[in-house]
Design a protein around this ligand. Structure first.
Ligand code: 13P
Ligand code: SF4
Length: 333
């Protein structure tokens, strides 16, 4: 017989007390899963907080690249995931496609020593390792501007993978010239940031029509969006920020201030009891983030208790070494 959420929660709490395990949950997780997290946050917070944690097991509720980043940063930890769900954006680039992007620059006369690659944390360890080996680093949406500002000081061309929107939005914000490989017919020699053509299908849902709809309906409404949204959406918004920056901005608004938010549904839904709207008529749920259920969390804990952990993340030694270097260059900043 299927256990109810209340029963599952009781069993999860018991197993958490018994085992050396820390449950980690991203803000986009379903409410009932998010609530069992010992550590919660956006991708940057989770990477930093889990590094400081000393449990034997990390049970990571999120998408694959997040659990993998914990393993890369702390290879001695045993990282298990209730569902090894893959972020759609991260799966748009492999190490082979990364090499092709570098070749595109080489073919335009830009040598590897004049390229500084930056990968959004939403990428596999193979891509992070390639970036690390080329002297580059990782960024998240919370620190992308800072990372790019620092990188620009080296006077090199920035190859930004995989999110074209984040790359373009930062370029627009900083008054830099950008292009997207295979989309824009521009000379990369005349651009500061050259973006790979990846994107988040969830954040592509928000349209200018959605913004117009809310502005017409509530003339004083504010529009707040994640930088994975299209540049046209970010330019039309009142505030653009990462997950943690959106939370800070929205929860500090006066209670009667209406705000429409362009990011993942689960997070928006638990932000603020009143006057907060989802900026889309289509429910912007991240399908892979939503795959993890409370039952999955329980079964993963039970497997640890039974001495047969499931879905354990493994990263080979060479990939781990260079991906860690790329992640640590970010954390050092
Ligand atoms: P954060 O870095 O803001 O947590 O975002 C991760 C993500 O996948 C956003 O879609
Ligand atoms: Fe990936 Fe988009 Fe889901 Fe974030 S919301 S995990 S970028 S698919």
């Amino acid at each position: 017989m299927k256990l109810t959420n209340v029963e599952l929660r009781k069993k999860i709490d018991e197993l958490k007390k018994k085992l050396s395990v820390t449950v980690v949950a991203h803000f986009y997780q379903r409410d009932e899963v998010f609530e069992v997290g010992d550590i919660t946050g956006d991708s940057l917070e989770l990477a930093m907080k889990t590094q400081a944690d000393d449990s034997e097991f990390v049970l990571f509720c999120g998408v694959g690249f997040m659990g993998q980043s914990v393993k890369v940063l702390s290879p001695e930890k045993r990282v298990v995931m209730p569902k090894v769900a893959c972020c759609a954006m991260a799966s748009m680039i492999t190490d082979i496609q990364y090499d092709e992007a570098v070749k595109f620059l080489n073919d335009h006369g830009i040598a590897n020593e004049n390229i500084l690659p930056i990968t959004y944390i939403n990428s596999g360890a193979d891509v992070k390792a390639k970036v690390g080996e080329m002297g580059g680093m990782v960024c998240t949406s919370a620190n992308a501007k800072k990372i790019i500002t620092t990188a620009m000081q080296e006077g090199k061309k920035i190859l930004f993978v995989p999110d074209r929107c984040l790359g373009q939005n930062i370029a627009n914000d900083m008054g830099l010239e950008s292009m997207v490989i295979g989309v824009d017919d521009k000379d990369p020699n005349k651009c500061d940031i050259i973006c790979y053509d990846g994107f988040c299908s969830v954040h592509q849902l928000f349209t200018l029509d959605d913004i117009e709809f809310y502005r017409e309906k509530y003339p004083d409404i504010l529009i707040a969006v994640h930088p994975e949204c299209d540049p046209a959406i970010c330019q039309a918004a009142d505030f653009v920020g990462s997950t943690s920056q959106l939370i800070k901005y929205i929860t500090a608004l006066p209670e009667d201030q209406k705000v429409a938010v362009g990011t993942e549904f689960n997070m928006v839904n638990r932000l603020r009891p009143k006057n907060t709207y989802v900026l889309s008529s289509t429910k912007p749920e991240c399908p892979t983030m939503n795959e993890t259920t409370l039952e999955d969390v329980y079964l993963t804990l039970k497997a640890i208790d039974d001495g047969e952990p499931i879905n354990e993340i493994q990263v080979d030694e060479k990939t781990q070494k260079w991906a860690k270097i790329a992640l640590e260059r970010m954390l050092a900043l």
